[in-house]
Design a protein around this ligand. Sequence first.
Ligand SMILES: [Cu+2]
Length: 509
Amino acid sequence: MILSKFVDELPILPILKPTWKDPLLTYYEVNMTEFKQSLHNELNDTTVWGYEGSFPGPTIEVESGERVFIKWINNLPDKHLLPIDYTVHGAHNDVPQVRTVVHVHGASVEPDSDGYPDAWFTNGFSLVGPKFKKEVYQYDNNQRSVTQWYHDHTIGITRLNVYAGLAGFYLIRDQRERLLNLPSGKYDIPLMIQDRSFHKDGSLYYPNQPPKPIKGLETSIIPEFFGKTILVNGKVWPYLKVEPRKYRFRLLNGSNTRFYRIKLDSGQLIYQIGTDSGLMEYPIGIHEILLAPAERADVIINFTNLEGKNIIMTNDAPAPFPDADPANVVSIIMQFSVSLPLTNIDTSVIPQYMEPIQKLQEQSASKIRYLTLNDNMDQYGREFMLLDNKQWDYPITENPKLGSTEIWYLINLTTDTHPIHIHLIDFQILDRRPFDVDKYNKGGVIHYTGPAMPPAPQERGEKDTVRANPKQVTRIIMKFGPYTGLYVWHCHILEHEDYEMMRPYMVIR
Ligand SMILES: [Cu+2]
């Protein structure tokens, strides 16, 4: 079944209205339900899961410093939409199939509101996970303007819950950003890019076995998932009619495994103004942007003088990354059609300078951690990945002190790039440096084989997710705070995260 491209208009995601708002606090209730939604004109409506009846969920927009409370409510059916692997950590037969917990990716938030994977809850909170603490989460939003996103984070089924549709944008705005006169209002559009496959009847397809099925298991987790179509804001290969002017797009890779290397077929520059964790110091004009799962890029595209043109956003990222099987690459993302008349003179700007970013100094680090990314094999002969050779259930080993600065060496011994995400904090990328994996495996010592490379221009800002490439040591630096308690760090390839490539960590006093 081949779906036509650019037949559906890009959905503009609704902004969520608070249930209650006064000068002291804002309160939202967000329901998770199952419903049908049209994902493509030529496809029967698809049963999906979403927040507030929308896939992706409505955008939550808050002001920097606003005190926000959210009750995430599970109103989902008892039976999961997608095939559960009961051999995976936290998803055994002793827990209900349908469990949810919500994490705001990028949020600086107290641990009990962070959406710990074992803090799951079922419909009506009738059953809860061992780390469940409360029904209403608190977000202080003491952060500068930033594009964050909320999504499910339940132990052992995150890949399935997110694939079913449980993800949405969470934007923090501030006065400094407003004064920059960036494209705003209807010219500021979040784009959630995801890949999905479908059965003929329009239902979501997610494999219950890897290409080589596992004997003795009806359903097995797969090492990676690549959908055959690309959706933006919940539509397959949509188009967006734009005016001949500047637009701001917040690009988010919301896919399970797939990376995107984004270009415009017009060859024009994309002006990147922000990274995962907020605005950069100054904009950069680039021809391509690489986004691993969970990474964001805040960009401006200028359609001025392009009246009548159709511009296609393309993708040529290897899948898996970086060692590709060309059959997995899907090269079209969406189309911009410059077909609307200019309603007003475009007075928005691409600023010369945005905001200062304080570089963390290596000398300020009080602790250096050497953490490997490893391949392993389970009892069924399945490959799975680990962080520092430790499974999820192993006791906590990363316990940074509140207020301390640490440097983490991510030593990737596998053949994949893994997007590593650390909850609670933002970090800065110091460098990446190639090393000899064989020598490391034999002696446990890093032998570098080339010079250290600085982060790419598009990564020179605050980050919360970093691509740790194979045969490289990726170094990141961060300061832990302002909260103490239990958080996680993990690979954001959801098929890896669900199967042991996640670790708890604790910020201590
Ligand atoms: Cu991974």
